[in-house]
Design a protein around this ligand. Sequence first.
Ligand SMILES: NC(=O)c1ccc[n+]([C@@H]2O[C@H](COP(=O)([O-])OP(=O)(O)OC[C@H]3O[C@@H](n4cnc5c(N)ncnc54)[C@H](O)[C@@H]3O)[C@@H](O)[C@H]2O)c1
Length: 444
Amino acid sequence: MNATESPRLTVIGTGYLGATHAICMAVLGFEVVGVDVDQRKIEKLASGEVPFFEPGLPELLSKALESGRLRFTTSFEEAAKFGDVHFVCVGTPQRPGSDAADLTYVDAAVRALAPHLDRRVLVVGKSTVPVGTAARLTGVLHELAPAGEEVELAWNPEFLREGFAVDDTMRPDRLVFGVASDWADERLRAAFKPVLDLGTPVVRTDLATAELVKVAANSFLATKISYINAMAEVCEAVGADIKDLADSLALDDRIGGKFLKPGLGFGGGCLPKDIRAFAHRAEEIGVGQAVSFLREVDDINRRRRARTVDLVRELLGGQISGKRIAAWGAAFKPNSDDIRDAPALDVARTMHGLGGHVRVFDPAALDNARRAYPELRYGESALNAAEDADVVVLLTEWSDFREIEPDALAQVVRHKRIVDGRHALDAARWRAAGWEYRALGRSL
Ligand SMILES: NC(=O)c1ccc[n+]([C@@H]2O[C@H](COP(=O)([O-])OP(=O)(O)OC[C@H]3O[C@@H](n4cnc5c(N)ncnc54)[C@H](O)[C@@H]3O)[C@@H](O)[C@H]2O)c1
């Protein structure tokens, strides 16, 4: 096959990233096979059901299946026969008991695919991995694939945001191609042709740089969030106002307002584990000092969770035990059902552990939260969770919560007290309606 011809694609690992990639690529006109070891997930996807919450994706899955261009399988043999370009999108979670990334799944996927690769194909890593992984996996592929060194590995880090995953995949702000040859670059350009035709900028680079771009980007974003939250700690100490401070910084073009929102901090399946894995990897390769600040970024972030619990305690007059607490939010961010390392659930569980009667509500993540933390109680709606509450704590900034009127909420609670963990509400409006309003980094 000519390097510039349209390739047939496989996507290995059909979670948040892989399912989105497979579906969008099929919608863009490619023949795609999605592969996963989770039989149930594959059955769901094949029957037209997206196994997680992502706006716009269910409609695109139906469209892709109807087109006949998208199939799902658990067979690596079938995938290898079919595909010219294989995207590896499996998870790289934090290794239990360590800050390092767990590469078990990436290794397993490559080792399952390689023995079936008997012709010249491109394997493309999209998972977030420690620098050096691609070089090592190149060796594994060459050793295990019948086609040997004909099989090439490239790295194409993914920057999609859950909640905006479809748009970010169809119209990314940039593509990074970590390649070892012109052939790999041409294959990738063919695999992203419709996206490149939109004028999307491409950075062509080496494998190590491509791996680093992703962790560097996430480290920067995490640092920005923790920076403003560190300022919130200072504001709290002197009675200054973090909201006004953040707004003032955001007006400076050189700083900008994105990721400069004070509050409960970051969580999810990427930022926390990525900065830890980066710091760990940097120590392994002898440059730990260069990114040791990421440990502090992590600590600042964790302190916000503890401080949110303190605020609730203060508002309740010093005692959480026995109090009814409505916890609004479970997902790590709005427009997602992802509860991996979710700050909201961390806070809810701490308050539960301190004897609070916590009732959680989330517009999309309730099922996931229930499964993971059956010890917590759950409401059927934001207002239902707030019935007879001594305090309402907003932990994830869903617009559903923002749109609730102070007077409507006042009808159901026992006490008009609210802790705004995300600076999502208009403080003046809530106070004018008779509420005791508290937020991190703001004075009374
Ligand atoms: N979720 C995001 O927003 C996002 C964004 C950018 C990058 N990433 C990175 O993408 C990767 C995947 O993240 P995710 O959020 O999609 O994870 P996920 O846990 O939702 O999905 C991983 C999938 O891989 C499957 N899998 C595991 N082992 C496998 C194997 N050997 N063969 C085939 N499939 C296998 C799992 O069953 C699961 O469906 C991670 O490295 C993550 O850091 C994620």
